[in-house]
Design a protein around this ligand. Structure first.
Ligand code: AMP
Ligand code: MG
Length: 349
């Protein structure tokens, strides 16, 4: 397939390009587009065929549901059956933005889009390109992250092109994703609001609106008997090619341990990499060293993380060590992605 690759102004998107992208969606095609979280792989959310095309482009199992992206509140009515009160309250505070809400699906949404579920995940992104594109596409764009299944989510157009050139009809190339982690997912179909995936909107922020919100047990526990409610949680995710280990503990001991390991790995002929705060880089002896930003700057770490994992692949690193985070809030979302990327391989020092 020939893929149209279009540069687009991130703030004032060219209406002609947006129109063209919208037409691609309305005629059943697939368009990768920027959002404030990560790049998305969009198709018509109300078409079962388009959902199938998204799964095919991504190489994703089709029981993994897609998030439906909308561009105004009024669009909710058509796809949700019985919008719950808390949805309006969350929307008022966090939409447009990096929050996805799970509600009961209306018949307008095919089961192919929701992975067979009777619920639907909905997000209203704030990115100007995303908003204009969703409107031009007819108002309902189903989109997972625009990476091949199993790879880190793309936060820059470069990686979307790497994964999707030849697999989709069009790629809209905007800026690097401002946030860099996928949306927070909150399930509003249970007795209490349940966070199924942590993200930029933290538990405390949700609780400021809905004090009874909780975090999904399967998410916070290592107890693998608990069944994750968000189907995507069961797949290996975000993984770089190299083996990633998360090292937790006092900063000095973390560096000492990482140096010990990378020295040993080098002696065994492996190419080594580290992902640590900028201030620690000079103390590390690995072959490839990437900084997450200032110590404790979680926003910078979130913004850079997927890009750094991808760059480890570009650098053909075999063994990667990353410092664990434990500050709560956004750190929880970062650790959630790191743990998945590492296949839960952590060391406490
Ligand atoms: P992604 O498209 O990569 O941001 O991931 C979307 C994720 O949202 C899926 O993998 C699921 O984990 C979750 N999700 C989407 N729709 C639902 C739903 N109806 N119920 C529960 N989780 C959902
Ligand atoms: Mg994804």
């Amino acid at each position: 397939m020939d893929t149209i690759i279009a540069r687009i102004d991130p703030v004032h998107p060219d209406p002609d390009i947006i129109q063209r992208a919208g037409e691609v969606i309305r005629s059943g095609g697939i368009v990768a587009f920027p959002t404030e979280t990560v790049y998305g792989l969009g198709g018509d959310a109300l078409s079962a065929d388009s959902a199938a095309s998204i799964y095919a482009a991504k190489g994703r199992p089709s029981d993994n549901p897609l998030i439906v992206h909308i561009a105004d509140m009024a669009s909710l009515d058509r796809i949700v059956s019985g919008i719950p009160g808390p949805a309006y309250r969350l929307a008022e505070k966090f939409w447009p933005g990096p929050l996805t809400m799970i509600m009961h699906r209306s018949d307008a949404v095919p089961k192919a889009t929701t992975g067979g579920l009777d619920t639907v995940a909905v997000r209203f992104p704030s990115d100007p390109v995303a908003a204009a594109f969703i409107k031009a596409a007819g108002g309902y764009v189903a989109a997972p992250s625009a990476n091949l299944s199993g790879k880190p989510s793309p936060t820059s157009a470069k990686y979307v092109i790497q994964d999707m050139d030849g697999r989709v009809d069009m790629i809209l190339c905007g800026d690097d994703s401002r946030i860099g982690l996928e949306s927070t997912i909150v399930d509003l179909t249970e007795e209490h609001p349940v966070i199924l995936r942590p993200g930029y909107v933290t538990l405390d922020m949700i609780r400021s609106v809905l004090p009874d919100a909780v975090i999904d047990g399967a998410l916070i526990s290592d107890d693998s008997d608990l069944h994750p409610k968000a189907p995507g949680m069961k797949y290996r995710h975000y993984a770089p090619k190299g083996q990633l280990v998360i090292v937790q503990g006092e900063p000095d001991r973390v560096v000492a341990y990482i140096n010990e390991r990378t020295d040993a790995d080098s002696a065994d002929g492996y190419r080594t990499g580290v992902i640590v705060p900028d201030s620690v880089l000079a103390m590390c002896r690995a072959d490839v060293k990437f900084g997450t930003g200032d110590e404790g700057d979680s926003e910078s770490c979130a913004h850079r993380l997927f890009d750094l994992l991808r760059r480890m692949d570009d650098e053909s690193v075999d063994r990667i060590y990353a410092e664990g985070l434990s500050g709560g809030g956004l750190d929880d979302a970062i650790m959630n992605r790191l743990l998945k990327a590492a296949g839960h391989h952590t060391v406490n020092v």
